[in-house]
Design a protein around this ligand. Structure first.
Ligand code: PLP
Length: 481
């Protein structure tokens, strides 16, 4: 890395990215390429001699950009948004520019210490109890994804349970509980830590509770398992489910987890960010009963990928499960009076300086602007929901939560509902003017409009609604509705 050419070349890339953002609305939101398109455009072997940055950026324009789905487009309303910001980008530049590897405190003291500080800041913004904070009796770590965070907590819960049960052969008795709305990341985690698939309980939800899992269903499932000689291990609640934004009853679940000694995790990957606003904080009531809590600032808190915050009440259990002995990197069991070695809080050994990104995002925006950002997305979602309700051809499938609106075209006969809405979604998405996604709950296929891409303004929401109406009209005419 030669500092002078580094600065010149970096400026070119920054200009390139700025131009991309200037033109982003001109690209079809969903890429229109066919599988394998890129290998037809790029050489079959790596270059022997270095190539110029200009040539490479030209290839990015000609070959890469056409194959991108533009997650940063203001017309992106699919999945859950992956927000970005100048502050997030600056933080990423510092992360990758300083390029330190903070696996232990000693390997880069500032990286470890800033992470602990940023996790406490974030925890305080969410009004987490001090039992989750370093300034209290717990602590937090940054992971790349909820999936990793969940695997680590599952491993900690498993090892603690097996110690108490007196041997690893008891793993076949351990049971993991969630609702059928829980993100599949939990199932993946349970599989990876060796929970038999038959011991994974995905309990049914319904329209009657807006897809939150009633505590009675949970308690009954646990009781049944205990009667069969099984051991309840881990319970995962969601604040803001992926399909509909449902919120499980945290307080009641927490009491059940306590009664049966389950590890209780709360996954607030998407909606956790909203809980920095006082009007949404009540969704976390009962969090003090959890053993661990995670949320992704890379979804909704203006922090470029990747950033998942995980807090645990008993860091010792995490460290006991994830630490390894090595002369090179040293070994610590967790001791609150000693610096944190984050290698023992995650799967991998090496790690990026993610904390600097989150720290800069929080500092550059301040809590005030971060709350404003959440609230303006929620306002836009309310407006979109109102537009849907005004048009008699449409219906809201479950009441809107956070910035997610779940709606569909009303079918003449229920049996036509899926096909009708699939056609509508396909018509909207293939236009290239917007992108939404779908889900199915209680057997009902519906369209999800997730508002929250960083550049989305009210005019984009209004344009989306016009586009939906335009396509709906054509589909209605075609179907003779
Ligand atoms: N949990 C919820 C509620 C989600 O909505 C998602 C993704 O959208 C995830 C977990 C998965 O998160 P990650 O990709 O960080 O593992």
């Amino acid at each position: 890395l030669e500092p002078n050419s580094f600065a010149d070349e970096s400026k070119k890339v920054i200009d390139f990215i700025a131009e991309y953002y200037r033109n982003i609305e001109q690209f079809p939101v969903q890429s229109k390429v066919n599988p394998g398109y890129l290998s037809d455009m790029l050489p079959k072997t790596a270059p022997y001699f270095p190539e110029s940055l200009d040539d490479i950026l030209k290839d990015v324009t000609d070959s890469i950009i056409p194959g991108l789905t533009h997650w940063q487009s203001p017309n992106f309303f699919a999945y859950f948004q992956a927000t970005a910001s100048t502050a997030g980008f600056l933080g990423e530049m510092l992360c990758t520019g300083l390029n330190v590897v903070g696996f232990t405190w000693l390997s880069s003291p500032a990286a470890s210490e800033l992470e602990s500080i940023a996790m406490d800041w974030m925890g305080k913004m969410l009004k987490l109890p001090s039992s989750f904070l370093f300034s209290g009796t717990g602590g937090g770590v940054l992971h790349g994804s909820t999936c990793e965070a969940i695997i680590c907590t599952l491993a900690a819960a498993r090892d603690d349970a097996l110690r108490r049960l007196g041997g690893s052969e008891n793993i076949t008795k351990l049971v993991v509980y969630c609702s059928d709305q829980t993100h599949f990341t939990l199932q993946k985690g349970a599989k990876l830590i060796g929970i038999p698939p038959s011991n994974f309980r995905s309990l049914p939800t319904s329209f009657s509770t807006e897809f939150a899992l009633p505590p009675e269903t949970l308690r009954a499932a646990i009781e049944d398992d205990i009667k069969c000689g099984l051991v309840p291990l881990y319970l995962c609640a969601t604040v803001g489910t992926t399909s509909t934004g449902a919120v499980d009853p945290i307080e009641e679940w927490g009491k059940i987890a306590h009664d049966y000694k389950l590890w209780f995790h709360i996954d607030a990957a998407y909606a956790g960010s909203a809980c920095i606003c006082p009007e949404f904080r009540h969704y976390l009531n009962g969090v003090e009963l959890a053993d661990s809590f995670s949320m992704n600032p890379h979804k909704w808190l203006l922090t470029n990928m990747d950033c998942c915050c995980l807090w645990v009440k008993r860091p010792t259990l995490l460290v006991d499960s994830l630490s390894t002995k090595s002369e090179i990197v040293g070994h610590n069991s967790f001791d609150p009076s000693h610096p944190v070695d984050y290698k023992d809080w995650q799967i991998a050994l090496s790690r990026r300086f993610r904390a600097i990104r989150l720290w800069i995002v929080i500092r550059r925006h301040g809590l005030d602007n971060l709350m404003y950002h959440i609230r303006s997305d929620v306002e836009m979602a309310k407006r979109f929901e109102a537009l849907v309700k005004e048009d008699g051809r449409f219906e809201i499938v479950v009441p809107g939560r956070f910035s997610l609106v779940c709606f569909r075209l009303k079918p003449k006969h229920e049996s036509q509902g899926s096909e009708l809405n699939r056609k509508l979604l396909e018509a909207v998405n293939s236009s290239g003017r917007a992108l939404m996604s779908h889900s199915v709950v209680g057997g009902v296929y519906f369209i999800r409009c997730a508002i929250g891409s960083t550049l989305t303004e009210m005019r984009h929401v209004d344009d989306l609604w016009k586009l939906i109406q335009e396509k709906a009209k054509i589909i209605y005419l075609q179907d003779g509705n």
